[in-house]
Design a protein around this ligand. Structure first.
Ligand SMILES: Cc1cc2nc3c(=O)[nH]c(=O)nc-3n(C[C@H](O)[C@H](O)[C@H](O)COP(=O)(O)OP(=O)(O)OC[C@H]3O[C@@H](n4cnc5c(N)ncnc54)[C@H](O)[C@@H]3O)c2cc1C
Ligand code: SF4
Length: 501
């Protein structure tokens, strides 16, 4: 039996491998010319695929590894050598990918059977049963799903109750580190000969792509991914929860796991990161607020996003309920801005293809939301800029959560002023903008944009859940104040548009 695996299904025990002797892997290159994907993302995927090929061969599999421009070109070659072959594959989380692959195979006289993707923790049927089959009205809320998965799997459960008595310990997870805090070490995986070869190929073929290629530290093998996981559990997990929402000047990783790239490539199964984290709690090596916080990210948010995407596509990709039409300002490409929080976050993405969750949500997409960027254009930027980006995960996070292009997964936008950034970081003290000023010279751009955003979108947002408090502040402002806010917001928009913010 021949198993055709994709570049994000690189697990040694992925469902159909057990009964296979022949594996097909296709390294397709032309897709990467459609957008200027970050060189580290391309290096990561191609290098992980080549390492996986070598590991499978070492384990005795007969591997056909084809480098081609497109899947179609590779399959032409494959079926010329193996006419009428029946392939088995694993379902892809990306919209339309399965149908496209099946068509490519049948057009060439073969057949493709697809099996459930067991790299995720929950099946499509589990979500559909929980959410109901009706795809029409569809809004979904993560909290209910998360509790359902915990009950179904028994993860962090004490009989029918959550371990510790609470489902959620977020009230302990909003600290910022004191000045003397030293961030835990980040595991580094130096490029080996295969990765260096891929780096050279990427630099040559995709020379004008956006992002730095120098500091490549991502795990590209199963062994390295397991090492990264173990390092996280023993070194970074204890403080993960406490500083989960924090940002710190000059610091890109804090205590985050940095495991999303390995998870999304399939080097690690979801369960393989959850179980050791729970075990660390049970052995007294990590506190419950960190353990529950991490478990929620993976079995709550990650699984939830994948299912919501499946149910909300194709509409989700172009959803734009606030009718936002502005283009992404140039500072997202060149990092040229005096705004300290934004220049730091853009710099992190440029340098490593990574920024942690709060930088993604409360700085990068918050600014775009307030500024009025078209959600699809922001989604493009996230999709090409991050090492862990795939359409299935970027789209619900950027279009749904970050841009509030749709209310499919949240009832209110994640919109915030400088207040939030100041509370959760030390950036404002190093920024030439004044965090407490909304209007006038040097006023922090977030502030006027925030109020202007609420005013502009009043019709849609005032009635939506949990916006009451914000609109009570809106109602207290007089005409003169609104005139000044609009003036400053216009000025900020103009400066952002001409690259002088
Ligand atoms: C605007 C925006 C864009 C995002 N784009 C992506 C993306 O392209 N790819 C991606 O994997 N994640 C994305 N996320 C989710 C999350 O920010 C990243 O998964 C996380 O920052 C990755 O870093 P980490 O592994 O250190 O995560 P940690 O903070 O250590 O979290 C642990 C794990 O939880 C999972 N997780 C947490 N939150 C989410 C979420 N909202 N959606 C999916 N998985 C989650 C990830 O697998 C992550 O590795 C995005 C979030 C936002 C707000
Ligand atoms: S003052 Fe405003 S722009 Fe500067 S770091 Fe704070 S929130 Fe960001």
């Amino acid at each position: 039996m021949t198993v055709w695996l994709l570049g994000d299904q690189l697990h040694p025990d992925v469902a159909p491998l057990g009964s296979a002797d022949h594996v097909l892997l296709v390294e397709a290159h032309a897709f990467a010319e459609r957008r200027p994907y970050h060189p580290q993302k391309l290096t990561l995927v191609f290098s992980a695929m080549r390492h996986f090929r070598d590991e499978l061969r070492d384990r005795g599999y007969d591997v056909t590894y084809l480098e081609a421009d497109t899947f179609g070109d590779a399959l032409d070659r494959y079926f010329e050598a193996n006419p009428g072959d029946d392939l088995v594959g694993v379902q892809s989380p990306s919209h339309g990918a399965d149908a496209r692959r099946r068509e490519l195979v049948t057009d060439r006289g073969g057949a493709l059977t697809l099996v459930e993707n067991d790299l995720f923790l929950t099946s499509r049927a589990t979500f559909d049963e929980w959410a109901g089959e009706d795809t029409g009205s569809g809004t979904f809320r993560q909290e209910g799903w998360y509790r359902h998965v915990r009950r179904e799997t028994g993860i962090l459960m004490d009989g029918d109750d959550p371990v510790g008595g609470e489902w959620n310990y977020d009230d302990q997870n909003r600290e910022t580190p004191p000045p003397e805090w030293t961030p835990p070490s980040v595991p580094r995986f130096e490029p080996d000969a295969t990765t260096r070869e891929v780096q050279a190929f990427v630099a040559d073929r995709y020379e004008d792509h956006w992002g730095a290629s120098e500091e490549f530290v991502w795990p590209v093998t199963r062994a390295a991914a397991l090492q990264a996981r173990d390092h996280f559990v023993s070194v970074r997990l204890p403080e993960f929860g406490t500083y989960q929402d924090a940002m710190r000047d000059g610091e890109w990783a804090l205590s985050h796991s940095l495991l999303s790239a390995a998870l999304n490539l399939g080097l690690l199964r979801a369960r393989e990161v959850v179980d050791p984290v729970v075990a660390a709690y049970e052995s007294g090596d990590a506190p419950l607020n960190s353990v529950e916080g991490f478990v929620r990210q993976v079995i709550g948010w990650r699984e939830f996003m994948r299912h919501v995407y499946r149910r909300a596509m194709p509409e989700l990709a172009s959803a734009n309920q606030l009718d936002q039409t502005a283009s992404l300002p140039s500072l997202y490409w060149d990092g040229e801005t005096e705004m300290r929080c934004l220049s730091e976050a853009v710099g992190h993405v440029h340098d490593r293809g990574y920024a942690h969750h709060i930088e993604r949500l409360m700085v990068l997409s918050n600014f775009a939301l307030l500024y009025g960027v078209d959600p699809a254009e922001l989604n493009e930027w996230f999709h090409l800029g991050f090492v862990d980006a795939y359409h299935w995960v970027t789209t619900p996070n950027v279009v749904g959560m970050g841009s509030f292009g749709s209310d499919v997964l949240s009832s209110k936008p994640y919109a915030a002023s400088a207040n939030y950034v100041d509370k959760m970081s030390d950036h404002c003290g190093r920024c030439p903008y004044a965090k407490t000023k909304t209007t006038g010279e040097n006023a922090c751009p977030f502030n006027s944009l925030y109020w202007d955003f609420l005013k502009r979108n009043e019709e849609t947002l005032r009635g939506t859940g949990r916006m009451g408090l914000m609109y009570s502040h809106v109602d207290r402002k007089g005409d003169a104040e609104w005139r000044d806010i609009r003036e400053r917001a216009d000025e900020v928009r103009e400066q952002a548009a001409n690259g002088t913010l």
